[in-house]
Design a protein around this ligand. Structure first.
Ligand SMILES: Cc1ncc(COP(=O)(O)O)c(C=O)c1O
Length: 383
């Protein structure tokens, strides 16, 4: 099987799985318990927090564990709204955000908040000038993703950060779920970013785990109240094996990261070039420094994305329609729509997504299978 759906989820790394299993087996205590088993679990949590902080170049008090990207995004957006509602009720997101951002923001509208949406250009990049026009005296949050999960466009985080330096009271949140290990951290975890969201299963960690970076000095309200875990900010007994495994996955993901990025870029360039040779193929991603190295969004004109996904699946090649979350709705991805891609073309889009272990041999096999499927579709092409 060729698995090119790594933006939806990745296989857990064998060493990470080992850490998860060993921790589950050996660490019995609840970190909140007073006895030595509790202290042992707490020590592991703190070590994991420190490891992740060191890898990101931040302080350990700035890392909070969550259940993944969806929780992280909901927490920062709603937690900001609860914290700052006395100062303002206006939020800005972009038109290509993941549902965990835009649905969280829109839910707040029923509570009297207003959401403005910054547009993207035809290539999937946020229009910073247009975003700047949306800022108001009552704006409390700007939330933008780092790497778009459908087409892979890398957003101008540094530029938005620079813009927001003139508005120090606005929280700046970035959804970094597709970014860790795909771009140098320094290019997006810039000093004006207040919060960043991460999800372990996107980088070979366990599903249902993740963390947020929360810059010291910023304030949000907790959404999960109870026993006061995570310094009182996120209650619930900690997922100790998930946290320890997440720390290991983060370390592995960031090991030799420059080489991994270079390798994926090379494979991506090969695939984009090979696909572009087909007359009816339309590419929505590019092999350039402005696009993440692991995502290739494309379509065959006149063939619905889901039809291509299933045709490849029959030959044991796994890709997806543009995002796992929208794939069941049979709709075009929100990003393509925001880019102004006509619906007819947008509904043909599929996404192939790589990981750091993907080989050129797999990419070549992918193209052989794709060619086979394409030739079969030739019979359907009528124009
Ligand atoms: C950009 C982005 N944000 C958030 C999420 C949600 O993350 P999780 O699956 O950990 O809830 C995803 C998952 O596809 C994503 O791609």
């Amino acid at each position: 099987m060729i698995y090119f759906d790594n933006s939806a989820t990745t296989a857990i790394h064998p060493l990470v799985l080992d850490t998860y299993v060993q921790t589950s087996r050996r660490i019995l205590g609840n970190p909140s318990s007073l006895h030595h088993l509790g202290s042992q679990a707490t020590r592991l949590l703190n070590q994991s927090r420190q490891q992740i902080a060191d890898l990101l170049g931040v302080s350990s008090e700035e890392i909070y564990f969550t259940s993944g990207g969806t929780e992280g995004n909901n927490w920062v957006i709603k937690g900001t709204a609860l914290e700052k509602k006395g100062f303002g009720k206006h939020l800005i997101i972009s038109s290509i955000e993941h549902a965990a951002v835009y649905k969280a923001a829109y839910q707040l509208e029923s509570l009297g908040f207003e959401v403005s949406v910054a547009p993207v250009d035809s290539q999937g990049f946020i229009d910073v000038e247009a975003l700047s026009q949306l800022i108001r005296p009552d704006t409390i949050l700007v939330s933008t993703m780092v790497v778009n999960n459908e087409v892979g466009s890398i957003q101008p985080i540094k530029e938005i950060g620079e813009l927001l330096k003139a508005y120090p009271t606005i929280h700046y949140h970035v959804d970094a779920v597709q970014a860790l290990g795909k771009l140098p951290i320094s290019s997006w975890l810039v000093d004006r970013v207040d919060f960043a969201t991460f999800s372990s299963h996107k980088f070979h960690g366990p599903k249902g785990t993740g963390f947020i970076f929360w810059r010291k000095g910023r304030k949000i309200q907790p959404l999960l109240n109870g026993g006061g875990q995570e310094s009182g900010q996120r209650s619930g007994t900690e997922n100790v094996p998930g946290v320890v495994a997440t720390a290991r996955a983060t370390r592995l993901q960031l090991e030799e990261v420059a080489e991994k990025i270079a390798r994926q870029s090379q494979i991506q360039a090969y695939l984009i070039d090979a696909l572009s040779q087909y007359e009816r193929v339309v590419l929505f991603s590019k092999a350039s420094a402005n696009y993440a190295p692991h995502i290739i969004c494309f379509g065959i004109k006149g063939i619905k994305g889901e039809v291509l996904v299933h045709a490849l699946e029959e030959k044991e090649v796994i890709i997806s329609t543009t995002s796992a979350c929208s794939s069941r709705s049979h709709q075009e991805g929100g990003t393509l729509k925001a880019m102004g891609v006509p619906t007819e073309l947008g509904t043909s889009a599929v996404r192939a997504s790589l990981n750091s272990q993907t080989t050129m041999a797999e990419a070549e096999q992918f193209m052989i299978t794709f060619n086979h499927v394409y030739q079969k579709f030739q019979q359907l092409f009528i124009d």
